[in-house]
Design a protein around this ligand. Structure first.
Ligand SMILES: Cc1cc2nc3c(=O)[nH]c(=O)nc-3n(C[C@H](O)[C@H](O)[C@H](O)COP(=O)(O)O)c2cc1C
Length: 332
């Protein structure tokens, strides 16, 4: 345990936690219950703001504060039309850490959060961007590989850590994507990470409000079932998302083909056709997480889904990960 504490000391200090384990924000899943459970267990829960209005976010933060007195963060999506107001709400609550996701943040947003007294965490999809973000003033980075659930980049965690970790010392770096066991956490810490971020592994926490069908799909799912969305035609971009394959992933291929055929027949113009494809997944994550429609919705999951075997309290999952990491370091 001493070695583990030494390795992630910088991450623990940055987060103000017992363990340098972030619960990656997951839209619809990372709300007050899971976030407070992860923070109470010694990790760092992060509220997923997703498409919430400032008013809803205000209520979610207030409710989370009722359930934990430990630090937690808020994840904001940079293209949210009310990003500025969401930052105001977060700062008014004195939330200590804001994670900016969904692309390179607008310059003003980083400064505004820092001026308001909170720390800014951003995703770095490549070394040049990591350096650029540090110049823009971010306080920490998350390096997330394509094994992760949800929206992903093209490069795997194992490559990104080699490209980025040896070259970034200015700020703490947290590694995400494909982490299912503590041994892997130990390995990334030994490579220079300050901590880690996991999402998939926490979906089946007892405290998570995800529908039981969603949790059952995770328990049943294997690594190979967590596939990326496929783009049929370069003229019609598809945002890469990793999710469990189901009827909707099959139907999406058919929809793309139908739309492309209509475009070629002159029934839709390019813009209309692109929008038809872009809008296919609108509301699909909520449909699966909240309504439990795991065939018609999007069951976003990372490849580590194969290591999710049962519903467990968040504390038990975190303790298991910590014990595995500590044991791995002790036998070396
Ligand atoms: C169901 C689901 C929803 C997610 N939603 C978001 C989100 O709203 N914002 C975000 O920044 N990341 C989102 N993520 C990514 C997680 O925050 C986290 O970085 C990722 O799950 C880590 O990789 P892992 O799934 O391999 O553990 C989501 C992931 C999942 C599985």
């Amino acid at each position: 345990m001493d070695r583990l504490n030494e390795l992630w000391a910088r991450g623990k200090e940055f987060l103000g936690t017992e363990y340098a384990i972030l619960g990656g924000a997951m839209s619809w899943v990372s709300e007050r219950h899971l976030v407070s459970a992860l923070s109470n267990a010694g990790g760092f829960g992060v509220i997923a703001c997703g498409s919430m209005t400032p008013d809803l976010l205000d209520r979610e933060i207030a409710a989370t504060k009722e359930m934990t007195d430990k630090p937690f963060g808020v994840n904001l999506i940079t293209m949210h039309p009310q990003l500025d107001e969401l930052i105001d709400v977060t700062l008014a609550h004195k939330v200590g850490h804001v994670v900016l996701a969904g692309g390179i943040p607008p310059g003003g947003a980083i400064q505004k959060i820092k001026d308001g007294g909170a720390k800014v965490i951003c995703f770095a999809p490549a070394l040049v961007l990591a350096k650029k973000l540090i110049r823009s003033g971010v306080d920490a980075l998350v390096v997330e590989g394509s094994e992760a659930g949800g929206h992903i980049g093209p490069v795997s965690t194992s490559i990104l850590v080699q490209e980025i970790l040896p070259h970034i010392t200015e700020v703490p770096v947290f590694v995400a994507g494909g982490i299912g066991r503590g041994e892997t956490i130990a390995a990334y810490l030994e490579m220079g990470a300050a901590g880690v971020q996991l999402g998939t592994r926490f979906v089946c926490a007892e405290e998570s409000i995800a529908h039981e069908n969603f949790k059952k799909a995770f328990i049943k799912g294997n690594a190979r079932d967590a596939v990326t969305s496929v783009q049929l035609d370069p003229r019609f971009p598809v945002i890469p998302v990793r999710a469990l394959k189901n009827e909707a992933t099959e139907d999406f291929m058919k929809t793309q083909q139908d739309v492309i055929n209509k475009y070629q027949a002159g029934e839709l113009d390019l813009k209309e056709a692109q929008l038809a494809i872009e809008h296919y997944w609108a509301g699909a994550l909520k449909k699966a997480v909240i309504d439990g429609d795991v065939q018609g919705g999007s069951v976003m999951a990372g490849q580590s889904v194969g290591m999710v075997k049962s519903i467990q309290p968040a504390k038990e999952i975190i303790e298991e990960l910590v014990e595995q990491a500590a044991a791995h370091l002790a036998i070396k």
